[in-house]
Design a protein around this ligand. Structure first.
Ligand code: KAF
Ligand code: ZN
Length: 653
């Protein structure tokens, strides 16, 4: 009965205000100044929305763990119901004059509820965009490609044999090949297969989704979807802040790039020119976003300890459940929460063989304070052990902010949510910790082992930075129209060249849609959060290390079993998004700063930076084209502008 109370209330308000239209300014409010009534409304909202949210989560889970037409339809139905509910809630929330309320927490909750999101669209368009999103996920996840068949010696192109089965999936098949193969032809073939087969069918759906998503953003008072996404960070000039962070980190990336390029040049020859970008298929990962798989073949000191624990995991009989138990125990050692029993029975920790699933990892909150799950097609590798920690970081956040009202059950900003598991993994991956848990052999304290370790971390953390930075630079410009649809792929590769210093292994055209080959693009998931997370996680690591009493270099710190560090971290997570995130940083740093700061990352990698600089004295870091990358449209604008200016001036003179 209670569940319908809020709905009835909402409908009354809606009809009283005769709301038939949708919003068109940001964070709107009405005339009702009754703060007590507003509080009651929020309490009722919390109860009812949690139940609705639980219902939607269940159907989304069913679709993501068993992709069929019927699970898709069921999911779309509940999403539509939820959208209607949100619209009613919005209609009521915006009758209150909430900006004048005395309680800052109430004001902040109303600010959240005053943005309707996609539900602002008229029903037909809402149905269309929900369908598009489900279809894009479906296409991406079901995609299968053909295996590489080594060509006979004198043929010039690899041939596709009719008899071979084209059933390779991204996870685990292509991921494994991109990680392990050193054969340029095979890597080129696999890279192209994946990019052609995912990107092309997604392109037109993506374009329609951009139009509809922008329409929804505008109805909510934002300029476009990018503008709406950036609002989650709620700071003036977020773009300049990001640029500043990237400029601070770029020198380290360029040193790593130059070193790796030279080592790849020695392995692959002239396809890796010493002054150019690196071909994107040679970096051990489909998107060249993490280079960890190059560790074995590019390690600075090959005679010293290896940092790759994959072999040890396999030898010791680890399975996915044991990998997650290990991660869970780390949180427990900090005095934080352990996952509930239902987590182990309800999660999907391995790829099922009898049905289609969305393999990309995710952590789920079923909005009832007890049901939390992970969906991950876990392989027994070090990379997936790190991902297991990453995902459990999301779950730990969910469990810590469980007592916040629904509107605040989010990260301080989206980057915080992405950072928590990674912070813990920074301790877990130290050689000292790995030795403690028996995954690495004992090694003496040795600066060369240190460099090997820092190098392995840089292949993950530093290599990622430009990719994390550029993906949404591209998407924001597509949303704003600065990148027109007919130049999406060119603009994508301009940015990839400019920031990452990578180039496609084969010619690309506007028939291709290479950004669509990355999960988060068809999945409508913002990406700048990961760049923010990679900066924040080192900042958090430093603060927690200090709290744990660590002395010595930052890269040697392991906060395992530190109750002090755990207390500080839990304090942050418990806040959810109830306070502006700069306040959260201020609380955490005990008043020292309220800003994101690349200082901790640079400090962590300082010994490696010095070592790389010494290795790279022979050649210039950087690559041809690193300062270009202005989209064609901007170039044209510049040309036309200069033409007009010349004309005007010549007339004036
Ligand atoms: C992160 C860390 C290390 C390397 C690379 C990354 C970036 C990124 C990537 O490119 O693989 N990592 C992920 O995508 C990990 C998956 C996830 O945990 O971030 C997941 C992505 C996702 C999946 C489905 C719908 C939406 C987002 N995010 C979450 O499960 C999540 C996000 C916010 C709150 C709670 C959970
Ligand atoms: Zn994540």
């Amino acid at each position: 009965m209670r569940r319908f109370l809020l709905l009835a209330m909402a409908l009354c308000y809606a009809s009283a205000r005769n709301i038939t239209s949708t919003p068109n300014t940001r964070y709107i409010q009405g005339n009702n100044t009754d703060e007590k009534e507003a509080l009651n409304f929020l309490l009722a909202y919390d109860r009812e929305a949690s139940a609705m949210c639980n219902n939607v989560m269940n159907t989304q889970w069913d679709f993501n763990t068993n992709i069929t037409e019927s699970t898709k339809q069921r999911m779309l139905e509940t999403q539509l119901e939820y959208a209607k509910f949100q619209k009613d809630v919005w209609a009521t929330a915006t009758t209150f004059k909430w900006k004048t309320f005395r309680d800052p927490s109430i004001r902040r909750q109303f600010k959240v509820l005053s943005v309707l999101g996609r539900a602002a669209l008229p029903e037909e368009k809402l149905k269309e965009i929900q369908q598009l999103l489900a279809d894009m996920r479906d296409i991406y996840s079901r995609n299968r490609v053909c295996p590489y068949v080594k060509q006979p010696k004198n043929a010039s192109l690899p041939i596709r044999m009719e008899s071979v089965k084209c059933n390779l999936a991204l996870d685990p098949d292509l991921t494994r090949i991109m990680a392990k193969s050193k054969d340029d032809n095979e890597l080129t073939y696999m890279w192209q297969q994946w990019h052609d087969e995912t990107g092309r069918p997604l392109r037109s759906k993506f374009m329609r989704y951009v139009e509809l998503s922008n329409e929804a953003a505008r109805l909510n008072g934002f300029k476009d979807t990018g503008d709406q996404w950036r609002a989650s960070y709620d700071i003036e000039d977020f773009n300049s802040e990001l640029d500043e962070l990237w400029m601070g980190l770029r020198p380290l990336y360029q040193q790593l790039h130059a070193y790796v390029r030279r080592r790849l040049h020695h392995q692959h020859g002239k396809i890796v020119p010493l002054d150019g970008p690196i071909p994107a298929h040679l970096l051990g990962n489909m998107w060249a976003q993490s280079w960890s798989n190059l560790y074995d073949t590019t390690v600075p000191f090959p005679n010293k300890n290896s940092m790759d624990v994959t072999l040890s995991l396999k030898r010791q009989g680890y399975d996915p459940v044991r990998m997650f138990q290990l991660a869970d125990q780390f949180f427990v050692s900090l005095g934080m929460k352990s996952v509930p029993d239902s987590f182990w029975t309800a999660s999907m920790l391995e790829k099922p063989l009898d049905r289609e699933v969305v393999c990309h990892a995710s952590a789920w909150d079923f909005c009832n304070g007890r049901d939390f799950r992970i969906k991950q097609c876990t392989e027994v590798t070090m990379e997936d052990l790190t991902t297991a920690h990453h995902e459990l970081g999301h779950i730990q956040y969910y469990m810590q902010y469980v007592n916040q009202p629904l509107a605040f059950r989010e990260g301080a900003n989206p980057g915080f949510h992405e950072a928590i598991g990674d912070v813990v993994a920074l301790s877990v991956s130290t050689p000292k910790h790995m030795q403690k848990i028996g995954l690495l052999d004992k090694a003496a304290d040795d600066p060369e082992v240190d460099i090997n370790y820092l190098y392995s971390m840089a292949l993950d953390k530093i290599a990622f930075l430009p990719f994390g930075f550029l993906l949404d630079q591209w998407r924001w410009k597509v949303f704003s129209g600065e990148i027109p649809f007919d130049q999406m792929n060119k603009a994508w590769w301009d940015l990839r060249l400019r920031y990452q210093g990578v180039a496609p292994p084969v010619n690309r055209s506007e028939h291709d849609f290479d950004a669509g080959a990355k999960y988060h693009v068809p999945a409508n998931t913002p990406y700048i959060r990961y760049f923010v997370s990679f900066v924040l996680q080192f900042q958090l690591h430093k603060v927690l290390c200090e709290a744990s009493g660590h002395v010595g270099p930052l890269h040697k710190c392991d906060i395992y079993q530190s109750r002090e560090a755990g207390k500080l971290l839990a304090e942050l997570l418990k806040l959810g998004s109830s306070k502006p995130w700069p306040d959260a940083i201020r609380i955490l740093t005990r008043g020292r700063t309220s800003r994101m700061d690349p200082g901790a990352i640079m400090e962590y990698f300082q010994p490696l930076m010095e070592w790389l600089q010494k290795q790279n004295t022979e050649e210039k870091a950087g690559w041809r084209g690193m300062n270009s990358g202005i989209t064609i449209k901007t170039t044209w604008v510049a040309v036309v502008l200069s033409f007009v200016i010349t004309l005007v001036f010549s007339r004036l003179w």
